[in-house]
Design a protein around this ligand. Structure first.
Ligand SMILES: Nc1ncnc2c1ncn2[C@@H]1O[C@H](COP(=O)(O)OP(=O)(O)OP(=O)(O)O)[C@@H](O)[C@H]1O
Ligand SMILES: [Mg+2]
Length: 252
């Protein structure tokens, strides 16, 4: 099950919600050190895929492996500690916390002791070092003491990404990272994500903006009604008649 080039594998993953088949026998690989994209129309099962990978939902059937280790059925905190971090389609920031406070705690459910939720093996000092690094990387220094939720949407997305990075993940999952960003912000983010990959991070992202996806991802998976209908390089996917019909065609 271990393939050195592959970081994450989903094998025949199915998830049903009552009568809804949100994912049907979906298999996909995320290559180490690369950027992989998931695209597809609304309701295709993209976010559900992230919820399955992070353990928020268990698959109804199928298996998930990270670096050859079976992740299926693990609790979300165990999966986070194994090296997977994510951001959310609907930004999840706390109204009572500053940017800096968000970066200091990778996850901190209400009332929980801070130290309990520091990333595995990270001391308070190391956590501050990671927070500072992420703050600087995303150019958020001057917003450090601002309530995160008071910032414009594009900056809130950056805070979420910075927070995810402080956990020092191997794999970063981004659910529509440029939603709410203008063209310049999106281009800036594209370059930052490429830089992260050069430093060894692997990224799996969901995005509706085709220009962004095609200019960033090395390989793409296309979902439609919970099924994988295509996969390949951006060029392969762009010209796939099934994709044009199911997805790009519907936009045109
Ligand atoms: N917790 C849930 N309970 C019931 N149905 C759900 C749940 N989560 C997802 N679904 C259903 O699963 C299907 C896939 O939803 P999902 O959110 O994964 O789509 P998506 O591809 O992310 O869409 P979008 O582009 O609109 O974000 C939809 O029909 C959705 O209603
Ligand atoms: Mg979604």
């Amino acid at each position: 099950m271990s393939n050195p080039g592959i970081l994450l594998s989903l094998i025949d993953v199915t998830r049903t919600f009552g009568g809804v088949q949100a994912l049907s026998n979906v298999s996909l690989d995320v290559h180490a050190g690369g950027i992989t994209g998931i695209i597809g129309p609304n309701g295709a099962g993209k976010t559900t895929t992230f919820n399955i990978i992070t353990g928020a939902y268990e698959p109804t059937a199928g298996e998930i492996y990270l670096s050859g280790q079976r992740m299926t059925g693990l609790r979300p905190y165990q999966i986070a500690r194994a090296g997977i971090a994510r951001t959310f389609q609907n930004i999840r920031l706390f109204s009572s916390m500053t940017v800096w406070e968000h970066l200091l705690v990778a996850q901190r459910p209400k009332g929980a002791a801070l130290s309990r939720f520091l990333p595995a093996g990270l001391s308070k000092t190391q956590a501050a070092v990671e927070a500072e690094r992420a703050l600087t990387f995303f150019g958020l220094e001057k917003f450090r003491d601002r309530p995160a939720r008071s910032l414009p949407y594009g900056l809130q997305r950056k805070v979420e990404m910075a927070r995810a990075l402080t956990a020092k993940p191997h794999l970063l999952l981004l659910d529509e990272p440029i939603a709410g960003m203008n063209h310049e912000e999106a281009e800036e983010l594209r370059l930052l994500l490429l830089k992260l990959c050069q430093d060894g991070l692997s990224i799996l992202l969901i995005e509706h903006d085709m220009t962004f996806v095609m200019n960033l991802c090395e390989r793409l998976y296309v979902l439609d009604f919970g099924r994988l209908i295509a996969k390949g390089t951006p060029d392969e996917v762009r010209t796939d008649p099934v994709v044009l019909d199911a997805y790009l065609g519907s936009e045109a």
